[in-house]
Design a protein around this ligand. Structure first.
Ligand code: SF4
Length: 386
């Protein structure tokens, strides 16, 4: 098999999902975050700074000695595996990059010879790309379970983003998914090291003079955990180790794995978890604001922000002309840009009707039941906004 065949094999194990909803596919290595594996070979991707690029996502090796219960790449499972040597991959990617086929790369791997040894190969690949091939584009490096602190530091000096997949929200839950992964020591500790390093080393020492962002992934429903457990851990990570984002991937059974008979989880659960995590990260919500059911899950059929507003704003609407940014962000239909647009617009004029809100980018139909405009509740006429 030549290098291109190896790349085709490794990359083709990531499949395109046309609906764009992240979920585990039976042929998809779970060391990849869902958003990072939802297209084959290369795909358009939006970077943390908003820039859109063509990203190559691949494994350095699909050989794995671990036996995570949910993973198609687990040791002993029968399928065709392939492995790149660091220089082989770096050379191939460099040609693709120079030929305009890929502007950035997301690189992960199955674990072979231990997490430390595997991480060294990923780091060597990144090092060759940056130094020998002078690659200056986007690089996302996965941290292997059990990576050491100096490897985390080295990854931060080479990559724009580093990630560790926690898979489950706690030690107890992880034991149901991956009994040989150690939650605190192998997975959580590298994320803590990233933050420790950020706090102790000046930014100019890192790639492009910036600290890399960090993300993680959970297999939602894989360990029968609740949404509250997932969001509690996510919230802790955002507050304590500056996690940029958590990815949620609804559990999907994979043939010939110990969980092959476990029912798939409704993909809508991912969507609600994303919505709730953005409320925690960007909208000033606390965990206790979220509308958990008695089973500690989010309602599947309702947007969590809408559910909060129905309980809290329906009988106490917010005056758009007086609300501060924090209050505006609590209103359904008003996003981050919309809140700023309202604050700017009302410096010039009082806002008196829903059509003005609509011109500011607000989803006025959604906001209408929860707002006052110049002291009055708007007559909400759906036809106006069609
Ligand atoms: S470490 Fe676990 S999740 Fe990652 S590729 Fe190996 S078996 Fe799959």
């Amino acid at each position: 098999m030549d290098s291109l065949d190896t790349l085709k094999l490794l990359s083709s194990q990531m499949t395109f999902e046309p609906d764009g909803e992240p979920r585990i596919n039976s042929d998809t290595p779970t060391c990849f975050s869902p958003k990072e594996r939802d297209h084959a070979f290369t795909h358009p991707a939006q970077l943390p700074n908003g820039q859109k690029i063509v990203l190559l996502k691949t494994l350095l090796s699909s050989a794995c000695e671990r036996d995570c219960f949910y993973c198609p790449f687990r040791a002993g499972r029968d399928f065709r595996r392939a492995t790149f040597k660091p220089d082989e991959f770096a050379s191939l990617f460099s040609k693709m990059n120079r030929g305009g086929m890929a502007e950035g790369v997301f690189l992960s791997s199955g674990v072979a010879g231990g997490g430390v040894r595997t991480q060294d190969k990923l780091l060597d690949t990144a090092d060759i790309l940056r130094k020998k091939y002078q690659f200056k584009g986007y690089l996302h490096l996965k941290m292997m379970p059990g990576s050491e602190k100096d490897q985390v530091y080295r990854a931060m000096q080479l990559a724009d983003r580093v990630s560790v997949n926690l898979e489950a929200p706690s030690t107890e839950r992880l034991a149901k998914l991956a009994p040989h992964k150690i939650f605190i020591e192998e997975l959580l500790r590298p994320l803590r090291w990233v933050e420790e390093i950020r706090r102790s080393v000046p930014a100019y020492k890192f790639w492009n003079g910036r600290y890399p962002s960090t993300v993680t992934q959970f297999v939602a429903g894989g360990s029968d955990e609740s949404d509250l457990e997932l969001l509690n851990t996510t919230n802790w990570l955002m507050k304590n180790v500056r996690l940029k984002r958590a990815y949620f991937s609804a559990f999907h059974p994979v043939y010939d794995t110990p969980l092959e008979n476990k029912p798939a989880v409704n993909p809508m659960r991912e969507h609600r978890l994303y919505q709730a995590s953005f409320l925690l990260r960007d909208y000033g919500f606390d965990l206790e604001d979220l509308p958990f059911t008695t089973e500690s899950n989010l309602p599947i059929n309702t947007d969590p922000k809408q559910a909060w507003a129905q309980m809290n704003l329906l009988h106490s609407p917010i005056e758009i002309n007086q609300a501060d940014r924090h209050q505006l962000l609590r209103i359904p239909g008003i996003g981050l840009k919309g809140a700023d647009a309202i604050l700017n617009a009302r410096r010039l004029n009082r806002l008196r009707d829903l059509s003005t809100l609509k011109k500011l980018g607000i989803i006025a139909e959604r906001a209408a039941p929860y707002v006052l405009l110049d002291g009055r509740k708007s007559a909400y006429q759906l036809g106006l906004f069609k």
